[in-house]
Design a protein around this ligand. Structure first.
Ligand code: SF4
Length: 281
């Protein structure tokens, strides 16, 4: 196989050396795939701005809370795991409805009520014991580190790298969720985030499957995929995140991927078996 040249992107010299030694282009050149992924991302962003799809959920009230209340957004990030994203992102709204109060002080002071609200049928989360602990812990952290104001986590125009680190300091926020949150804050919520070359893709199951099937990534490993995204789109690696996730959810299913309808059809080498090896799928 020919070495991958990464046409259309401008990798740093050091990173280019890594690429040439480790990777090969299977069928199509990777730059064309990356361009198609970014074009899909631009379409998704335009649709979100036009209100075609809600930014987070299909519930306008829940979306309004997430957009206008930084603490609710933080809770959404914390609870977004092991369940469909739409269910996770509507959770802050449902939790607020069930509680007698809201905000970091209230939640930190009422752990029993928070746990009860999660457990009340229908349960708010797949893990109704662990998740409220994460939320209460996060509330305490907002009080202790950010004077009770969740917006202070990102309101000083941090770099993408610093913001990821701040978010990862919260119990329950992994690399995947911190990287995703940086993108959401900058792209959809208008938060000023500097140094977007330091943004990253989230190591998400849909993204992993697409990166392997397109041949962009060679193995299912977080460091490898994050580094590949940095090489493919060095000016803003995190910009690849949402469109890759959406392609995985919309067409590149674990079983029976719909290649004929996928935005990457004609470009993707369709390494279906490689994607089937994604752990946890
Ligand atoms: S659905 Fe098919 S064409 Fe689209 S990314 Fe997956 S394997 Fe490639």
């Amino acid at each position: 196989m020919r070495p991958c040249v990464w046409q259309g992107v401008s990798p740093s010299v050091g990173r280019q050396a890594v690429v040439a030694s480790q990777y090969a282009c299977p069928v199509s050149d990777h730059a064309s795939i990356v361009n198609a992924i970014l074009a899909h991302g631009a379409l998704l962003a335009a649709n979100a701005r036009a209100g075609v799809n809600g930014v987070f959920t299909k519930d306008s009230e829940a979306d309004r809370l997430l957009v206008n209340d930084p603490f609710a957004f933080l809770v959404g990030v914390i609870v977004d795991y092991q369940m469909p994203a739409e269910r996770a992102w509507i959770l802050p709204y449902r939790l607020k409805e069930r509680l007698g109060g809201w905000g970091p002080e209230y939640l930190a002071d009422h752990p029993t009520e928070v746990a009860a609200a999660f457990a009340e049928p229908p349960k708010l989360h797949r893990f109704p014991n662990q998740t409220p602990r994460f939320v209460v812990d996060g509330s305490r952290r907002v009080i202790d580190e950010y004077h009770g104001d969740a917006a202070s986590i990102w309101s000083d125009a941090p770099t993408a790298t610093v913001l990821q680190e701040r978010l990862r300091a919260f119990v329950g926020i992994s690399q995947k969720k911190a990287a995703m949150a940086v993108e959401l804050l900058e792209r959809d919520l208008g938060v000023v985030v500097l140094g977007l070359e330091g943004s990253d893709v989230a190591y998400d199951i849909h993204l992993r499957r697409v990166m392997l099937r397109t041949g962009l990534a060679q193995r299912d490993n977080v460091d490898h995929m994050v580094e590949i995204a940095r090489i493919l789109h060095p000016q803003r690696p995190g910009e690849l995140d949402f469109p890759l996730w959406d392609i995985g959810r919309s067409w590149c299913h674990k079983t029976e991927p719909v290649c004929g309808e996928c935005v990457l059809t004609g470009l993707c080498p369709q390494n279906i078996v490689a994607g089937n090896l994604v752990r946890g799928a």
